[in-house]
Design a protein around this ligand. Sequence first.
Ligand SMILES: NC(=O)c1ccc[n+]([C@@H]2O[C@H](COP(=O)([O-])OP(=O)(O)OC[C@H]3O[C@@H](n4cnc5c(N)ncnc54)[C@H](OP(=O)(O)O)[C@@H]3O)[C@@H](O)[C@H]2O)c1
Length: 208
Amino acid sequence: MRIAVIGSGNVGSGLATVLSKAGFEVIIGARDVAKTTDIAKGLGPNISVATVKEAADKVRILFLAVPYAEAASALVQAGDLKDKVIVDVTNPLRPDSMGLTLGHTTSAAEEIQKRVPGARVVKAFNTVFAQIYTAGPRIHGTAVPVFIAGDDEAATREVDRIAAAAGFAPIIVGALELARYLEPLAGLNIVLGYGRGWGTAIAPMWLK
Ligand SMILES: NC(=O)c1ccc[n+]([C@@H]2O[C@H](COP(=O)([O-])OP(=O)(O)OC[C@H]3O[C@@H](n4cnc5c(N)ncnc54)[C@H](OP(=O)(O)O)[C@@H]3O)[C@@H](O)[C@H]2O)c1
């Protein structure tokens, strides 16, 4: 199965690595293809680089791994996204990363869905620190949870299967609106990881 990852920064590179390791064919969508081709060389097998539009055109499912403030621009570059599954990993962070720029009555995921009403947006992976992808999706032997929220059941289940295939512990939480909880959860993770000095080899999980 072929998956596009828009962005090749900390998260985009990490996602490309972990997805390619799991046997997926990955196309990184980049605004600077030459620079990103260099980055992709060291990431793993079955990873190619294309423009954002070319990458989006070739897949049914794409991960959006750009800063939230750049999401609208990346979506415009992607072109027609009708029926495509967009996995939104963004967090709408303040410049100091210690708070969110929106919440309570909406979320980054819902705002992205409004911009591409014909696409099927799924919030996922936003609570996973980039380091987890390269270190392997386990902490002390426990698979790192991936919380998944979406309004389209088939799309949500597809992201669940991808996360499981890549070695994570997926948890479908419900409708896209629940991204209003998942984004602050990522915020808390950042406060603990960076603000409290716990580092980035941490991840939120649930006991039941
Ligand atoms: N870092 C983490 O641990 C972490 C964890 C969970 C979620 N997140 C979220 O994941 C997203 C990415 O974070 P990151 O740490 O990977 O950021 P990053 O290292 O700054 O990388 C951002 C990537 O987005 C690309 N980009 C920026 N604007 C773009 C545009 N208009 N069109 C196309 N591509 C564009 C950049 O491309 P260029 O190389 O061309 O600049 C770069 O490849 C953010 O929303 C963040 O909140 C991060």
